[in-house]
Design a protein around this ligand. Structure first.
Ligand SMILES: Cc1cc2nc3c(=O)[nH]c(=O)nc-3n(C[C@H](O)[C@H](O)[C@H](O)COP(=O)(O)OP(=O)(O)OC[C@H]3O[C@@H](n4cnc5c(N)ncnc54)[C@H](O)[C@@H]3O)c2cc1C
Length: 495
């Protein structure tokens, strides 16, 4: 019996006497697989002829010329386990390991290592400081500084330094008369916090961007100097991942499907705190085999699917406070690509129209990308990543053609769709621990601005986990408490 199995069995025997200890998974099929895995493990552990049986089976297969694909090696213990290896999970893993490479194990579990459906790789990669909340402005300013020094932070010995293709052309937000008050308020806060945001009257805008129609525009807010623009999300994700691995992080290909949950809700007194606890998760590897991993801390960074992961811990389908779900869900967003060789060219910022249509340059060959978030009553089906081209004709093109007349004759050449990790409660990040599970943390719900905040959020989560408080930026207003207290913290600038 190895140390882990002994520890696990002893602990579960001890705990079942005092507390209610249950295996939990949402899918009954997964639960059955976990049950079988536990039964087989118990049999193996208790079998006095275990070694002999393994050798006999292997020898039998060898004689028949049957060779099994070896089951991937999955560590049985890690101090920190991150669910989701997108930009958030990878930035958190990097920050933890960068703080103390040899002090603890960090493991990232990712079910889709090619990131075919991850928000990260399907994003537009924009970074801006033009937000209405102090936390978002500070997060983005920190990240901008990190990205400026990305080579220093994320280079790995004997490998090329990361090239995230940063384009510093800035963002230009446009406001009609109705939006001026909010824009002035945002500008005041942004500049107080040190962001170099410039307000532009239409005449000034027309001089700077002569190709733009400003007839209905009352004010613009522009950062054309530093810290705003866009970059290649895939390159940043790869750089975080490579650096995290070089520092000792283990990435595992698998899907987290269930947990061992210790329920102390019926216990009175100090022993009852926290009310629930989990230190064991079950994951299914790419061959369908089940593995059990013991962990000290769990960080859920599952993007648009974070609330599904939470449900495996009964968060959203359990008793009391556990009946409240993590309010994060996938929301489909389309990105359309078009060519216009006679278009505005290299110095065009990412422009956000008052109605939410955005457009920016993509590369240097006259290619542009654009999109718009649908209204709440127009939200598309999220069961697939199909693109609705009619949405471009009806909701995007009319604004583009009006704002930049050069775009009147454009045709879409390609398009893609991705899922926002949408926080339906207040469109802001959900960070920090769950009130019932002291060792379960969240980093999710960024609703379309997660890529740019990842470097700062990774650092903040590391501080919270290791220092037990925020040191660089206080993000306690982003904790789950606001959801339970029904006190939303709205961000006015969601694109
Ligand atoms: C079209 C579009 C444009 C965007 N534009 C911008 C932008 O300009 N600027 C910006 O800052 N942000 C933008 N975003 C938002 C940004 O992409 C996200 O906020 C960010 O990528 C979230 O990162 P993440 O790591 O949390 O999620 P993801 O990248 O989705 O990663 C989560 C990972 O968790 C894994 N996972 C989930 N459940 C499990 C499980 N049970 N077991 C194992 N693994 C699991 C998934 O496979 C996934 O790879 C955009 C998003 C979209 C879709």
């Amino acid at each position: 019996m190895n140390k882990f199995s002994l520890n696990f069995l002893q602990k579960s025997r001890y705990l079942t006497d005092r507390f209610f200890f249950r295996t939990y998974a949402v899918s009954s099929e997964d639960l059955e697989k976990i049950r079988k895995f536990k039964e087989d493990r118990k049999k193996k552990v208790e079998d006095p002829y275990r070694t002999f049986n393994i050798l006999r089976d292997d020898f039998g297969r060898f004689k028949k010329g049957q060779f099994r694909t070896p089951t991937p090696k999955v560590p049985t213990y890690s101090e920190y386990v991150v669910v989701g290896g997108g930009i958030m999970g990878s930035s958190i893993a990097y920050s933890l390991k960068n703080r103390a490479p040899d002090s603890f194990e960090v493991m990232v579990i990712e079910r889709d290592p090619k990131y075919t459906r991850a928000s990260t790789t399907l994003s537009v990669g924009g970074i801006r400081q033009q937000y209405s909340l102090e936390e978002n402005i500070k997060l983005s300013m920190y990240s901008a500084d990190f990205l400026r020094n990305v080579k220093q932070h994320l280079s790995v010995l004997d490998d090329d330094p990361p090239d995230i293709q940063f384009q510093p052309q800035g963002y230009l937000f446009l406001a009609t008369e109705a939006g001026v008050e909010q824009m002035l308020k945002n500008h005041k806060l942004q500049t107080e916090l040190g962001a170099k945001v410039e307000l532009m009257r239409p005449r000034h805008m027309k001089e700077t961007f002569p190709w733009m129609n400003t007839d209905d525009i009352a004010l613009g807010s522009y950062v054309g100097f530093e810290n705003e623009g866009w970059f290649d999300p895939w390159a940043l994700l790869s750089a975080f991942k490579r650096k995290a691995i070089s520092l000792g992080t283990t990435y595992v290909h698998g899907e987290v499907i269930g947990f061992e949950i210790e329920d102390k809700s019926h216990v009175k007194g100090e022993d009852a705190k926290p009310l629930f606890r989990s230190n064991y998760l079950y994951m299914k590897d790419e061959l369908g085999d089940i593995h059990c991993v013991e962990f000290g801390f769990l960080i859920i960074a599952g993007g648009a699917y974070s609330s599904d992961v939470a449900r495996l811990l009964m968060i959203g389908n359990g008793p009391g406070l556990l009946s409240t779900s993590i309010p994060v869900e996938p929301r489909k967003r389309y990105v359309y690509v078009f060519n216009c060789v006679t278009g505005p060219g290299i110095n065009m910022p990412l422009i956000v129209d008052p109605n939410g249509v955005y457009v920016r340059r993509e590369g240097l060959g006259g290619k542009y990308i654009c999109g718009r978030s649908p209204a709440p009553n127009e939200e598309p089906d999220t069961s697939n990543l199909e693109v609705d081209y009619n949405f471009f004709e009806s909701h995007v093109w009319p604004t583009l053609a009006k704002r930049i007349p050069m775009f009147e004759c454009i045709k879409v050449s390609s398009a893609w769709a991705g899922f926002y990790d949408y926080n339906s409660f207040d469109q802001n990040a959900i960070l920090g621990p769950h009130p019932y599970y002291e060792n379960v943390f969240f980093a999710t719900g960024f609703s379309g601005h997660g890529i740019q905040m990842a470097p700062a959020v990774g650092r903040a989560m590391m501080e919270l986990l290791i220092d037990k408080c925020y040191v660089t930026i206080d993000l306690s207003r982003f904790h789950l408490d606001r959801v339970y207290e029904e006190k939303p913290l709205f961000e006015q600038h969601i694109v």
